[in-house]
Design a protein around this ligand. Structure first.
Ligand code: HEM
Length: 221
């Protein structure tokens, strides 16, 4: 996961800990979950909003044997239970829960909550677009990942940050090798960059930062 650009440096937990906001905190209930526990699932039919107090929460879609991670929530992030996503504790986690109606009142008085929501939803949207691209360009994505994994084995140079690939190929030339269009390869490389899997050093050189992830993609995950 790449570090998120911070839309806001507001620390909700710190804000809420000041005495003037006691009336808000009073309306939240604390719940603890151990690592791997499911917090909420889409069929819960609850309409709650929660604030992560400590730990990490994975937001994901699950279909049969496939899972798509939409976001990873950290302390201070807000999420809700009325979405089609599951939420799971990635480590021991404590959340503060309130119902949507109460949250509506809070948000009117504390606009910081709205900003945090925009940040969380922005991250969700970013990862959703990457997932859509992956599904739309499924075959090309697989072939690109296979090509990069092979190139890493053949000519990759191990450097501190990962594996440097001096491909000497433009995006257009890679596209020709994969039987895809330049636009498709360009979108897919950009998605891999946004997911923190690789970086573009220059026009013809890539840096693979997460070979394991790339291998998973090439294996069809
Ligand atoms: C005042 C509090 C909130 C209200 C009144 C509210 C209301 C709603 C409503 C009416 C929908 C449409 C549900 C449907 O399609 O049946 C929705 C969807 C959604 N809300 Fe909220 N919401 C609130 C807080 C939040 C928060 C805090 C988050 C996360 C940061 C959030 C994330 C979402 C998402 C991701 C969806 C799309 C659900 C899906 O289609 O799977 N909401 N919300």
């Amino acid at each position: 996961m790449p570090t998120r650009m911070r839309l806001t440096d507001i620390d909700l937990l710190e804000t809420l800990s000041s005495p003037e906001y006691d009336k808000f905190l009073e309306k939240f209930q604390e719940h603890r979950f151990s690592r791997k526990a499911i917090l909420f699932s889409p069929n819960d039919e609850k309409n709650l909003v929660f604030l992560v107090k400590s730990g990490k929460v994975r937001v994901y879609l699950a279909y049969e044997d496939k899972e798509f991670t939409l976001s990873i929530l950290e302390a201070g992030d807000i999420y809700s239970t009325h979405t089609r996503a599951f939420t799971q504790a990635m480590e021991d986690t404590t959340i503060l829960v309130t119902d949507v109606r109460n949250f509506q009142k809070i948000i009117a008085e504390l606009p910081a909550f709205g900003l945090i929501m925009v940040k969380v939803l922005g991250d969700l949207l970013k990862n959703s677009i990457t997932i859509i691209n992956g599904l739309v360009f499924k075959d090309a994505r697989l072939r690109l990942a296979e090509f990069l994994v092979q190139a890493a084995k053949d000519t990759g140079i191990t450097v501190q940050q990962g594996i440097k690939l001096e491909l000497g190929l433009t995006t257009e030339e890679i596209a020709l090798m994969l039987g895809a269009t330049r636009q498709t390869v360009s979108i897919l490389l950009n998605d891999l960059r946004k997911s923190g899997i690789l970086e573009r050093v220059n026009q013809r050189t890539l840096l693979i930062k997460d070979l394991k992830k790339l291998q998973e993609i090439s294996a069809g995950f």
